[in-house]
Design a protein around this ligand. Structure first.
Ligand code: NIG
Ligand code: FE
Length: 410
């Protein structure tokens, strides 16, 4: 909440606001009742009590009267698979008729059906369909989003997907992190040679796409229907050699030691975690790995084994919450609904939910120095809400209380 010295430059002041700063040192949401926020050059230079702002400074600034609305940090959706061809509505019907996600995946449906549709789609098709989903998230106050590839599974289709991810950031006022998830499923052309796919991925795909500037992080799906810990280790070694951070889809359907594997590689986050045990959580805590909870996938799969929230609290692992927006297990485009599900299905408190979509989501992306809280020095990414209390953001279902969204001060 310190103020920078130079009052020059054009400033915008949001006055008459209630702030949920989510500042790390603060208790709860870091609430400031009669608050104001000042941005200059797209960065926050002040977030604190408005009576600390001298009248002459107000007179020089562009002033926005918030009329007692709440300001939170812009929301961060730190785990999505937003770019893909087609949809999986037919598989949804199959699951309604009794088929399981794993049965559908093993019979060539699931991720591989999205791979076929994504390979066939043009870059323009992928941009068009992803934009509709991105716009729904932006309309709810999302200012940063992570998007994974993983429906291409060969170098051309992964490149196409990641190029689309980069294009989305040019088309819309939102920050986008691109994660390479080529270790999502075994592509059909390697069905009889798993080792060769992992080798290609590690030796050719990751280095080539990283060299093209298309990759901010590398993810893998560690699961009995996907990749083994040893295969993931091969992929992560390759990523680390290139200096790329890693993330892991861990223990979603079974306990495969994913939490500990993520810890061993110093991953930014381990995601899902439904079946992670105490040893996994303890390992994550000592390696500083964030937990990303994805309650919509849990809901869609009618999973009954919830992630170990009590252990995550006990070991003080930062918990983020994300949509996991994807065509199979989470065809949803509402981060607010994900927060409601995290509270109702996983027992998170309102404060934990809101930290999960802001400060801890920034942490899961390695962006905590720049976003996630309302503090001087961070990007001026704000969500301004028509609510009387922050709990409303978590409590309502299918209701968007966003009044205005500010990205980089605009
Ligand atoms: O995060 N777990 C693996 N990947 C996605 C699901 C992908 C799909 O079914 O298309 C997930 O749930
Ligand atoms: Fe996912």
């Amino acid at each position: 909440m310190a103020e920078s010295d130079d009052p020059g430059g054009v400033e915008t002041i949001w006055l008459n606001a209630r702030l949920a700063t989510l500042a790390s040192g603060a208790t709860g949401l870091g609430t400031i009742d009669n608050g104001a926020l000042i941005a200059r050059d797209a960065r926050i230079v002040f977030a604190g009590p408005q009576d600390a702002i001298p009248a002459d400074r107000r007179a020089r600034a562009r002033v926005v009267d918030c009329e007692r609305r709440w300001i939170t940090p812009g929301l961060i959706d730190c785990h999505t698979h937003l770019v893909y061809g087609g949809d999986r509505a037919r598989e949804f019907e199959m699951r309604l008729a009794g088929a399981t996600y794993e049965e559908i995946a093993r019979s060539g449906g699931g991720i591989l059906s999205s791979v076929r549709a994504t390979r066939e789609a043009s870059e323009e098709d992928l941009i068009r369909s992803a934009l509709r989903r991105l716009d729904a998230l932006i309309a709810e106050g999302v200012t940063t989003i992570e998007i994974k590839s993983g429906y291409g599974l060969d170098v051309e289709a992964e490149r196409k997907s990641l190029r689309v991810v980069r294009r989305l950031a040019e088309i819309r006022p939102v920050a986008v992190r691109a994660t390479l998830l080529a270790a999502h499923a075994l592509p059909p052309e390697f069905a009889d040679d798993r080792a060769a796919y992992v080798e290609t991925l590690a030796e050719r795909m990751i280095p080539a796409l990283a060299a093209e500037g298309l990759v901010d992080a590398v993810d893998a799906f560690c699961e009995r229907i996907a990749f083994t810990p040893a295969e993931v280790a091969r992929v992560f070694d390759a990523a680390r050699r290139l200096g790329l951070p890693v993330k892991l889809h861990a223990d979603q359907l079974s306990n495969g030691g994913g939490g500990a594997l993520a810890a061993k590689f110093g991953a930014l986050s381990a995601d899902h975690l439904e079946y992670t045990d105490e040893a996994g959580v303890a390992a994550m805590a000592s390696a500083g790995v964030a937990a990303v909870l994805l309650p919509a996938a849990y809901y869609v799969l009618r999973e009954t084994h919830a992630p170990p929230v009590a252990l995550l609290r006990k070991y003080r692992v930062p918990m983020a919450v994300a949509t996991d927006s994807n065509p199979g297990t989470s065809p949803m485009t509402s981060l607010l609904l994900a927060l409601n599900m995290a509270a109702t299905l996983f027992g998170l408190t309102v404060d934990e939910c809101l930290a999960g979509a802001t400060r801890n989501a920034a942490r899961a992306l390695g962006l905590e120095a720049d976003i996630g809280t309302l503090e001087a020095g961070k990007w001026a990414d704000l969500a301004i809400w028509d609510i009387e209390q922050p709990a409303e953001l978590v409590y309502r279902l299918g209701f968007n209380a966003l009044h205005a969204r500010v990205w980089r001060g605009q």
